[in-house]
Ligand binder design. Sequence first.
Ligand code: 3H9
Length: 696
Amino acid sequence: MTEAIGYERVGDIAVLAAQNPPVNALGHAVRQGLVDGIAKATADGAKAVLIYGEGSTFFAGADIREFGQTPKEPHLPDVCNAIEAAPMIVVSALHGTALGGGMEIALSTHYRIAVPKARMGLPEVNLGLIPGATGTQRLPRLIGVEKAIDIVTSGRQLGARDLLAMGVIDKIADGSPREIGLAYAQELLDAAAPRRPVSEMPAPEPIDFDAAYEATLKKGRGLLAPAYGVRAVQAACEKPFAEGVAYERSLFRELMETDQRQGMIHAFFSERQVSKLPELKGVDPRPLAAIGVIGGGTMGAGIATAALLSGLNVVLVEMSPEAAAAAKDRVSGNLSGALKRGRIDQAKFEHLTETALTPTTDFGDLKDVDLVVEAVFENMDVKKEVFGKLDAVCKPGAVLASNTSYLDIDEIAASTSRPADVIGLHFFSPAHVMKLLEVVVADKTAPDVMATGFDLGKKLGKVSVRAGVCDGFIGNRILSKYRTAADHMILDGASPYAIDKAITDFGFAMGPFAVADLAGLDIGYMTRKRLAPTRDPRERVSTYADKLVEAGHKGQKTGKGYYDYAAGSRAAAPNPEVMELIEAERAELGITPRDFTEAEIVRRYMAAMVNEGAKVVGEGIARRPLDVDMTFLFGYGFPRYRGGPLKWADMEGLPALLADIKEYAKEDPYFWQPAPLLEQLVAEGRTFDDLNKEAA
Ligand code: 3H9
């Protein structure tokens, strides 16, 4: 026996208790302990075995940290088969989350009981994998092909009631997993219940697997794992159990070798790492019960909605009673969406809109709030005026935050008498939907103010990334570079539509031009005008986009932008005026357009993203490469299975990417200045991930 599995006899029942905190992951010691435990129970003459987990959960799956290393015996499928082959009945008692290999262990036991709050699922697709320990072979035998495909391909978790209704578990009972498991095992022994191996159940009825495969592949937008899951379930119908298991294993191993698996697992750990910063260790956040929001436009109303939904009281300040009423309507509109989706009930809706939310025109109403987020017009003078008022009315210790997306937070902070309390909290629109929050730390921001920013993000269910002060912080600064690279390609011969297609084929949710239409083309227009006075004369600038805006085409809100939305559909057709403007500009500049392959478009676009990402890390604006990666995953629709721009760069190979950047620099040395950090990593033969590990 290993220490990871405790062994005890309770009458006729041998009890195997997993003890591998925090989540009882099925690492080597646990697997060995289970196999030894079954052998010991057999040698002991036990009539039943109970398997359960100590601590917060049943097994939450294979130990992801072991992935990528040479697997050590006993392998998980063998453990599952050894459990099922035990000569006595084996019962599992579930609590917490029985995920992946954990669910596969449960499916290998003969009977399953769970506490009411237990959840189960096969989330392997979220790691770029399929279940690799007999799950795709046992589950369809138990509940049929369609439900099994849904569970395997979606990775979603199911609650105990649904699991009982489907026949995945046999019983629900209140109590500790040990108590309910022992009682159930005894009940089964008393009833002389037989062993019930799922692998011996008849093969399930087939469906049209080719159609299911194609549909799943399409839905995955490039992610392979779910489609592989369909093929694995197919094997449960067509092959004897042992062959099906071998086939599942071969697909699992194939996926294990992919970049997609690496990208997804990088995302899994980075998502947890991103809010763990050395500078926050031991720093307690300030209390947060009520917040203020200044400005009730789309952004302010979104922030207020997110705060209300997370249980915070909100004072929403607007300029006039009419604007305050309109802001309240916006918040109510957002909350009615939550009501419709069943996230809140009518009583809660009324409480949030009528009691927890205070729309006002009086800054004095902010005197008791713990934190204020300002979301007013992007203009330094306007912001300073607001911060002056906040400085006058807010209680000592209140956190004063700006939602600016590019203005200098140091300058805003300096305009108050309490710069240590000032921070940037950059939300993404719609703020009650988008997961990203950039916590922008200024020179004088106090550590507990930064901790409070992260705490607010956590309360709001956001992924918070620490950013330093610069134009555009992490995300928008990098965006402006790859967007410029796209504009240069357009001048040289690519079309916005070819670029959008290449980028969505790469896996982005939307291409940059469709995104620009959605956000409003006037935003980019204003940014270009703002930056024009300080623009370096060597910069290559295109003007077709400005002309488009000046012609009144501002994207979806005006019905036309890069695309024509006249038909009311978001899957709009190209706006013919765009190519006319582009061609006119090319002619004016004397450019003979050339062809761009999809591969070249992606390469240049990504090279610009990675190069600027490396500058952002090199300058300390992002603390670690993973901070850039998470910014893009959660704020910019970057495909999760590619891990993020800098993880993608690692997998592509930094030397080749740097060589391409130097090649592009021959045409445009100003734009393509290689990031010093990228040059350094290449010279030292290291990767961005090495930097992540050093920072951990
Ligand atoms: C699989 O099973 C493959 C098999 O089919 C075949 C194999 C042959 N391994 O999320 P939390 C760590 S694939 C290692 O903050 P929560 C996590 O990193 C696996 N470590 O807590 C964190 O560490 P730290 C299928 C793991 O309460 C700590 O535990 N299973 C694993 O919010 C706490 O995690 C999955 O994909 C793991 N499997 O949520 C389940 N899981 O404190 C993945 C967690 O150092 N896990 N850690 O940062 C989860 O979904 C959530 O962690 C869980 C708990 C719901 C369990």
